[in-house]
Design a protein. Sequence first.
Length: 82
Amino acid sequence: METASFNGLLKAILYILAFYYIFKFLARLFLPVIAKKVVEKASEQFRQQQQNQNQTNTHSATSEKPKEKKIVGEYVDFEEIE
């Protein structure tokens, strides 16, 4: 069984710092591009939903027929007697 050495600890810290700075650099390069694509895709889906909703609203508004009122009888005004 090996024991932890000072050199091994320094190597681990060095690797962690290197990974951190490489990741930070790559994130600065690619994160704006990825975020822009996500926003464009979301706005495109929103536009499609709006178009579909507008099409269904205009279609349903034009296809509705006016309802015929049922004639039940004459209206009689009643007065309340106490």
